[in-house]
Design a protein around this ligand. Structure first.
Ligand SMILES: *Cc1c(COP(=O)(O)O)cnc(C)c1O
Length: 397
């Protein structure tokens, strides 16, 4: 990453109305959107109210198409390989539930895996006789690439990896996993929910067959939006578990043809205003440049971890060789929910990572619920200082 431009933080904050109101350290939950995103959504809602939803959509048809192109640029993908979804989970499920599994087939996943994904594995395992296996972590806490390599055989039908867990600052070695999956010819489904918008993603480097992400998290888009990338080689092998008249064409009374592009995983009806808002968010992120975003996020989070570690009674729990903007911690004698609530009272937004949502990970590490502070490039050292002071005060009492 040479020539990474510094982020103009003052401008970023001026363009983010919420920055004047809250210390927002819940960017892994839902970021504060820049004004351009909110304005884009509201303008389209007004157009729908005044001219009707279908006419309003027709008027913005080229801009709607451009949203896929923007997402493609973000991921270094082809626009034909991008689907727009209502959230990340629907996109992930669209691929996962399309994969064929039989008795004895193996699904390899990671300790970082998201609860919804794990539940889907269990349901499909129950239905088909496939087996779910959790690849071990290495001593650093990231997925153990050697353990994954040892587990590969002809019964492995899927490698599903969460790039960055919701419950920690770890960045899994997704590119190395991609090399293993590709050389074995095994579909590789990457959950990029927490990495999209904070890390510089490139599906060619990652070699993933599919990747899902929501709009509202680090991408700073509207709620109720998501994106899905599906590589042609995977689309050639599977058909969606569900189809509608947008994902397929009814070509004769007894025939239909499945859409060739990644739109095969979409449905016809959509929140057009939100999709336009997602497009604005992606363009806004691209204008800052993802390498610049990543550099600032990683640096801020690193400083926050260092400062929290200095506080007596505070434990910082992020793992891995490479770390990102998510910072998780505990305060001795204070449940995470209480810390989260107290911080909210002082105008600091954080969230709680529930242990029961991370069953492959937090209980195995003997950890309870964690407080999660997730930073973005528009956060300042002053805001981090405010958080650390508030935590110090709680730890002291
Ligand atoms: C938030 C999240 C999801 C789910 O995304 P939705 O948009 O809520 O469906 C999946 N995986 C990870 C790692 C997440 O953080």
């Amino acid at each position: 990453m040479d020539c990474v431009q510094d982020i103009d933080v003052e401008r970023a904050r001026a363009e983010t109305p919420g920055c004047a109101r809250v210390t927002h350290l819940d960017n892994a939950g839902a970021s504060l959107p820049p004004a351009v995103v909110t304005d884009t959504v509201i303008a389209h809602l007004r157009a729908e109210a005044l001219r009707g939803g279908y006419r309003a959509a027709a008027e913005v048809a080229p801009r709607l198409d451009a949203v896929r192109a923007s997402v493609a640029t973000l991921l270094n993908a082809d626009a034909a390989d991008v689907a727009l979804t209502d959230n990340a989970t629907r996109g992930w499920q669209a691929v996962f539930y399309a994969l064929p599994f039989g008795p004895g087939d193996r699904i390899l996943t990671s300790r970082a895996e998201y609860a919804s994904n794990a539940i889907a594995f269990l349901q499909v395992a129950e239905r088909t006789g496939a087996r779910v296996e959790v690849v071990e972590d290495d001593p650093s806490g990231q997925l153990d690439v050697e353990d994954l390599r040892r587990r590969m055989d002809e019964r492995v039908r899927l490698i599903a990896l969460t790039h960055v867990p919701t419950q920690g600052g770890l960045v899994n070695p997704a590119e190395e996993v991609g090399r293993i999956a590709e050389s074995a010819g095994v579909p590789y489904l990457l959950d990029a929910c927490q990495s999209a918008g904070q890390l510089d993603l490139d599906v060619e480097r990652l070699r993933c067959d599919a990747l899902s992400a929501p709009g509202r998290k680090y991408l700073r888009g509207p709620r109720g939006t998501g994106l899905l990338y599906v590589r042609p080689r995977l689309r050639e092998r599977i058909t969606p578990a569900v189809l509608d008249l947008h994902a397929a064409t009814w070509t004769a009374p007894d025939r239909y043809e499945v859409e060739g592009t990644a739109r095969m995983f979409e449905t016809w009806e959509r929140d057009v205003a939100a999709v336009l808002g997602l497009g604005a968010a992606v363009e806004y992120a691209l204008a800052w440049g993802l390498p610049a975003v990543e550099a600032r996020v990683v640096a801020l989070a690193g400083r926050l971890r260092d400062a929290l570690r200095e506080v007596p009674g505070v434990g910082v729990h992020d793992q891995g060789v490479r770390r990102c903007g998510i910072v998780t911690f505990t305060v001795a004698g204070r449940p995470a929910a209480e810390v989260h609530g107290r911080l909210a009272e002082t105008g600091i937004n954080t969230s709680v990572s529930l242990s029961r949502y991370a069953r492959y990970d937090l209980p195995a590490r003997g950890l309870p619920d964690l407080v999660r502070a997730s930073v973005h490039y528009y956060n300042t050292d002053e805001e981090l200082h405010r958080l650390v002071e508030a935590v110090e005060e709680l730890a002291r009492r």
